[in-house]
Design a protein around this ligand. Structure first.
Ligand code: G3P
Length: 223
């Protein structure tokens, strides 16, 4: 199950609704919406849930983070090769809640590439998006950190971050996802109008009372 644009990645983070049985049920709902709409919906899962969600969840699964450690004596490290063996098709890199320095970002992208994982490099602003896209991840996902988890979306509060990011990476061909505070179909539509190739979001879906209904609405804004 490969990733394709327009793409919506739901980051399950460490929300209770995104782990174990609840997270699995959410993946199944995502799969049903993807099937009904034709949209590409992917889940970024915890390392502990990755194998089950990837094999039985019905949607492409990304790791939320991988480490650059090689195989060997590195207790607790999440190896890219182990993520692939568990069924991951990709990984987030440098999420705002799991930031890396630029040298580590470069090494992580290289390790992911070698292992066969698609990469979604998260960035906080236009400058970082341009610098990150030059490293040729498969996607960049720009998210103003102050809007993450809030109720006002990047499309409304900082639309220029999306349009300027799209313009800044235009020469690279790297698709730009955006996120932070995305909750409604209108938020998604606006982001797509501004040139985004998709959305990276979390709370609007994971914490929703009826995630299936929310997703059904959100994916309508994708095209
Ligand atoms: O990884 C997605 C993210 O950081 C945005 O979170 O809750 O604002 O959709 P949220």
């Amino acid at each position: 199950m490969a990733l394709r644009t327009p793409l919506m990645v739901v980051n399950l983070k460490t929300y209770p609704q995104g782990h174990g049985e609840a997270g699995f049920a959410l993946c199944r709902e995502m799969a049903a919406v993807a099937e009904a709409s034709g949209a590409c919906l992917a889940a970024a899962t915890s390392a502990l849930d990755l194998r089950r969600f990837a094999h039985k969840g019905g949607v492409p699964v990304l790791a939320q983070h991988i480490d650059v450690a090689p195989a060997g004596a590195h207790t607790g490290a999440v190896l890219p090769e182990a993520a692939v063996a568990a069924g991951a098709v990709g990984t987030l890199v440098n999420h705002a809640e799991r930031q890396l320095d630029w040298a580590t970002i470069e090494t992580t992208l290289a390790r992911a590439r070698e292992a066969g994982l698609a990469t979604v490099l998260c960035t906080a602003d236009v400058e970082a998006t341009a610098r990150g896209a030059a490293l040729r991840p498969d996607y960049v996902a720009v998210e103003p950190p102050e809007l993450i988890g809030g109720d006002i979306s990047v499309s409304t509060a900082r639309p220029e971050v999306i349009s300027d990011s799209v313009a800044a990476v235009a020469g690279t061909g790297v698709p730009v996802l955006c996120g932070a505070g995305v909750k409604t179909r209108a938020d998604v539509e606006k982001a797509m109008e501004l040139g985004a190739a998709g959305i990276l979001l979390a709370s609007g879906v994971v914490k929703a009372k009826d995630p299936g209904a929310v997703l059904t609405e959100l994916v309508r804004g994708l095209s």
